[in-house]
Write a protein that binds this ligand. Sequence first.
Ligand code: OGA
Ligand code: NI
Length: 371
Amino acid sequence: MENEKGESSSTFKMDNSAQERSLPYVPDCYAVPPSYEPRDALDSNSEIVPTIDISRLKSSDDERRGVIQELSSACQRFGFFQIVNHGINQNILDDALEVAHGFFELPAKEKKKFMSNDVYAPVRYTTSIKDGLDKIQFWRIFLKHYAHPLHRWIHLWPQNPPEYREKMGKFCEEVRSLSLEIMGAITESLGLGRDNLSSRMDKNGMQVMAVNCYPPCPEPTAALGLPPHSDYSCITILLQNLTGLEIFHPSAHGGSGRWVLVPEVKGVLKVHIGDHVEVLSNGLYKSVIHKVTLNEEKTRISLASLHSLGMDDKMSVPYQLVNNENPARYRESSFNDFLDFLVKNDISQGEGSLTLLESRTDRVKKKGLIE
Ligand code: OGA
Ligand code: NI
C-alpha cells in the first residue's frame, strides 16, 4: 500500500491510467479540488431540463415560431435543451453506442494505434483531458475524430470493431444534418435569418466526435469524469447510455446556481450551446457549463458531436446585434484558436474552477474570447 500511495501522488501516462487498469482505489491525482463544490446535484428532474419537440420545425410557420421561442428561452436560461422527435432512427443511435463500446473493449494493443497527445491530430485516443500532462486527472478514456466531410476522414478511423466506420459514420451524418437544422433555428431565433451560418457550416464546417468512455469508479465521488467546462463549439449534440452528465443552472437558488443531473430517456438527444453561439448572440445565449460524474458499477459511454465553423473560419458578433448601447462583447476567434489555447493551458484547473462559474466574464476571458 505504501508503494501504491507513492504512485498515487503522481500523474499517469496513457495506457497506464487508473481507469484503464481498473485500480480498486482512486489515486490522489484524481482528487476533486474543493473549488469544484457544490458537488450535490438536484434530483434528476426531467421537468427542469427543457425538452423540445423539433419535428415541429418542419410544420406550419406558427408551429415553427413556437419551437423557436422555446429554443430561445432554453438557450438564455440554460444554454442546454433536450430534443425529441429529431428523426434519427433508434437503431442508428444504438448501433453507434455499440461500436463505441466495442472499441473500448478492444485489447490495449489495438487501441494504442490511435494514441496521441497532439490536439491537432484528426484522430486520437487518450485519457483524462490531455493524458498525464494535466495536474488533475479525470476518470475518462476517449477517442476523438473528425467526421466532416466524412469521406475525408473515415479512412483514418478504427477498423475495429469491423462495423465501427459504417455505424459511427451513419450516426455522424445524421447528427450533422440535425446540427444544421438546429443552427438554422438558432440564427432565426436571433433575428439573423435561417441561412445566416448554414452555408458557412455546410461548406467547410467542422464536426469533431468525442467518443467518451467512463469506466466504473471504485469511489465515484472521489473523482470526476470531466471537470466543469463549456464546449468550444457552436453546438454539441450528445448521446449517452447512462446518466452522469450534469449541467449548471446559473439562475437556480436565487442566483447562486445549482447542478442538475440530466435524466436519461431512451432516444432523447442533448444539445449544448457552445462558446461560439454565445459569441454569435453577443452574450444573450450562454454556453452551458457541464461536468461528468461517475458510476460505481457500469461503464458509461457518451458520443459528443461538436459542430463548428471551419478550422480557421472566425466567429464574430454579427453587425445586426451591435449598436451604440450594445457593443460587441467578444472578439473573433476560430476553432484553431481554441486548439492553440488547449496546448498552452491546463484546463484541468483553470477552466474547471468554480470561480469561473461565479464570473462568466473571467472564464471567457481566459479562453481569449474577450480582451
Ligand atoms: C465533452 C463532454 C459529456 C459527456 O466531451 O465535451 O462534455 O457526457 N462530454 O461525456
Ligand atoms: Ni463538454
